[in-house]
Write a protein that binds this ligand. Structure first.
Ligand SMILES: NC(=O)c1ccc[n+]([C@@H]2O[C@H](COP(=O)([O-])OP(=O)(O)OC[C@H]3O[C@@H](n4cnc5c(N)ncnc54)[C@H](O)[C@@H]3O)[C@@H](O)[C@H]2O)c1
Length: 213
């Protein structure tokens, strides 16, 4: 995989890079700063109310306003038939993919109403057509689509837009059998289902986010 070209300086965004404490978030923030942008990192589990609040507070303390929320946090834990799907992983998928997006949206909205900003959430093709052998994951993305549609209709009167970006398989660790839960068969099936017969690139997805922001 090629290293991701960081676009924050190009877009003049000032960014809070959020991830779990063990994620390389400070590396990402540093790369943005080294390229002339402004970024701080926040390590915490934003499915927890107190962490989501702290993350929002940090953005306000540092940058005084919030114009864009990107709900990108998510997990893809298993390659398992529904009847065998570990219940602990089901709970974790709901928490990380759904609860985190709800918490962040809830706490950021008052700031977006002031800035007439917008929300962009990581949806997925799997939220539209389902995903065999990780049905809970596809289900969380279907929830995300409906959640964003509801937020978009509800918040339009406040000047706040809400969108989902819904890619097929992207060239990240998840879609490689060596680094994600997919086996050879699932990996092959995912790529074969794409008319271009390849994974999308992170840059292709990032460009859509930049346009919507
Ligand atoms: N990779 C794909 O093929 C693909 C396709 C469609 C949609 N998506 C969506 O795009 C988003 C990013 O996917 P990715 O492939 O870059 O995955 P990734 O694992 O590289 O990035 C997701 C990050 O979110 C973090 N995270 C998860 N739960 C969190 C929480 N509660 N608090 C803080 N951080 C949390 C993870 O630790 C990880 O760093 C996900 O929402 C995913 O569902 C990915």
């Amino acid at each position: 995989m090629k290293p991701l070209r960081i676009s924050s300086p190009r877009e003049c965004a000032r960014v809070v890079v959020c991830g779990l404490p063990d994620d390389p978030i400070e590396d990402v923030a540093k790369t943005i700063r080294d390229n002339g942008g402004e970024a701080v990192s926040f390590g915490g589990d934003i499915s927890e109310e107190h962490s989501a609040r702290e993350c929002v507070d940090l953005a306000i303390k540092k940058f005084k306003r919030i114009d864009v929320l990107v709900n990108n946090a998510g997990v893809f834990l298993d390659n398992a038939m529904t009847e065998d799907y570990p219940i602990a992983d089901f709970d974790e998928t709901i928490r990380m993919n759904i609860r985190s997006a709800f918490m962040m949206t809830r706490f950021v909205l008052p700031h977006l109403q002031k800035s007439r900003g917008n929300i962009i959430s990581a949806g997925s093709e799997s939220g539209m057509i389902g995903l065999a052998q990780n049905t809970p994951y596809g289900g969380t993305k279907g929830w995300m689509h409906a959640f964003m549609r509801g937020v978009a209709v509800e918040q339009a009167k406040n000047g706040v837009r809400a969108n989902c970006v819904c890619p097929g398989p992207i060239d990240t660790a998840w879609t490689h059998k060596e680094t994600g839960p997919m086996d050879k068969e699932m990996e092959k099936g995912l790529i074969q289902a794409v008319p271009l017969a390849r994974r999308g690139t992170p840059e292709e997805v990032a460009n859509v986010y930049a346009f919507l922001a």
